[in-house]
Unconditional design. Structure first.
Length: 503
């Protein structure tokens, strides 16, 4: 059932607080035909934010059909300049409605306003403009080719949109990571069907309003809500009308999507799980290393794919480092996103809290020394039902322990001493994952030497989460396939065709 503007406003904000998440298909909001929905609950206090309507095969098919139709309509005929102007308007409209996006993102995730207002919303908007700059300046190939008759030929490449892109985005940075895919996909002339995480549907839905406000042609941007197996996620990845699939999330889910994409030999771009390491050498600036590791272990309540869960510290500074990181963790302030001075929010859901707490228990069972945390914090009565956990630090576990081997995705880390550079490199690389790492040293030669041997897609030296959006981003080993960012995104979202002309 499609809704008009007044009905959308009523559905999206009932009783002054409730916000329902509807599908956005072919330029219109709809509850769909399944009659199924679920409660979107706030991780802050477990209150009901609103209902999320579940898409069935009919809704996914309608979205893919609309996206396919748009490829041959106004959008498909639009010049690069006009397309980029429209995407720039999308960025401007997100910024104009900054407070609405900020409120929705904080409702869904529980993250502090101070974090979302500086990273999630500005970066979410910037992703549209950044990729328009890339597509307007990218070049292709040209080769003069000799021929036996002496007249020659010329060969040149054309960059074409890939088609309908299925976008499955995660819950930890919902707007930022969704637009990180949608921005380049649209800049290249594709159309998209987005399936946001069932945990965080609001900002993706709100982006549909932005698309209509700036005059985006119908069918270019579509949103369907649902779960994975036997729901919108599976229906989207198996749909024959989807030309390519991009996904950020768990490695296990990526494996299932890859199997679905094999039917039709459709390309995939995955950023998957990680068990990222930090290496702190004795010659590091400990002030920098502590500040960086505090952010990499605890920012966004540890729910960052690039975050640090394994910390290796050279033995001469091990005790000092542990003591200082403990003090930092205990100085974090948990609370409502809007409260002044809050630096740590809740986990995204009660279900995810159960998972994280299971690892907290497992660490103790396996013999960990709990330096700090390890449980549920005492919160004020109005927040007591939220998905809160303590920031947690362990030492004393072997490298075979579950909390050292497996991704937890919570505000926690294990700290292990090492003696030699070779030992540190071995420990850091001894994982099936290969997403990111951080190396802390003031020795320039060592920095280059160690960084070159890290089996990861992204290695920071004396920093963390410092990103130039033009650089390649992605994981190795079980952490992903492909690279995003700058020209590297264009490699996935376009097809290169060669034109050969005999002179």
């Amino acid at each position: 059932m499609s809704l008009n503007t007044a009905e959308i406003a009523q559905a999206s904000k009932l009783d002054g607080a409730r916000r329902d998440a509807l599908h956005f298909i072919d330029g219109a909001f709809t509850t769909g035909s399944t009659g199924r929905s679920w409660q979107n609950r706030s991780p802050i206090d477990n209150s009901v934010i609103g209902l999320v309507h579940e898409a069935g095969e009919a809704e996914v098919d309608a979205a893919v059909t609309a996206a396919r139709r748009a490829l041959t309509g106004e959008w498909g005929r639009m010049s690069v300049e006009a397309r980029c102007t429209l995407l720039g308007a999308v960025a401007d409209e997100i910024n104009r409605r900054f407070d609405e996006f900020l409120a929705a993102e904080c409702l869904d995730t529980g993250k502090p306003v101070s974090l979302a207002s500086h990273i999630d919303i500005p970066r979410g908007a910037a992703n549209f403009k950044m990729f328009t700059d890339v597509i307007k300046t990218v070049s292709t190939e040209f080769f003069p080719t000799p021929t036996p008759d002496g007249t020659g030929a010329i060969n040149y490449a054309l960059r074409k949109p890939k088609g309908v892109i299925g976008v499955i985005s995660p819950w930890n940075l919902p707007l930022l990571l969704m637009t990180w895919k949608v921005g380049p996909a649209l800049a290249c002339g594709n159309t998209v069907v987005v399936k946001p995480s069932e945990e965080t549907p609001l900002t993706t839905t709100l982006l549909g309003e932005v698309m209509n406000a700036v005059g985006m042609p119908k069918g270019v941007f579509n949103v369907v809500h649902g779960f994975g197996p036997n729901s919108a996620g599976e229906f989207l990845t198996r749909h024959k009308g989807v030309d390519a699939i991009t996904f950020t999330g768990e490695t296990r889910t990526g494996e299932a999507i890859m199997k679905a994409a094999a039917d039709g030999v459709r390309p995939v771009s995955f950023e998957l799980g990680g068990k990222n390491a930090a290496i702190v050498f004795a010659d590091a600036d400990l002030d920098k290393a502590i500040e960086g590791t505090m952010r990499s272990a605890f920012a966004n309540c540890g729910q960052v794919c690039l975050g640090t869960e394994r910390v290796y510290v050279q033995r001469p500074v091990f005790e000092d480092f542990v003591a200082r990181l403990k003090a930092g963790a205990e100085g974090l302030k948990l609370g409502h996103p809007e409260d002044k001075g809050v630096t740590l929010g809740p986990l995204v859901s009660q279900e995810h809290r159960d998972k994280v707490l299971s690892y907290y228990r497992k660490a103790v069972e396996e013999g960990a020394i709990v330096v700090t945390g390890g449980g549920i914090p005492e919160m004020p009565a109005h927040l007591a039902e939220g998905a809160w956990v303590q920031p947690t630090i362990w030492t004393g576990l072997p490298e075979t322990a579950a909390v050292v081997r497996e991704e937890i995705f919570g505000p926690c880390c294990h700290i292990q001493p090492f003696d030699t550079e070779e030992e540190a490199i071995h420990l850091a690389n001894d994982t099936p994952y290969g997403l990111a790492c951080a190396v802390w040293t003031e020795n320039l030669s060592r920095a280059h030497r160690v960084a070159a041997r890290m089996e990861v897609g992204l290695c920071w030296v004396n920093s963390w989460f410092l990103r130039d959006l033009r650089t390649p981003f992605g994981g190795s080993k079980a952490s992903g396939i492909g690279r995003e960012g700058g020209l590297h995104s264009l490699e996935f979202y376009t097809e290169l065709s060669n034109v050969c002309i005999k002179l």
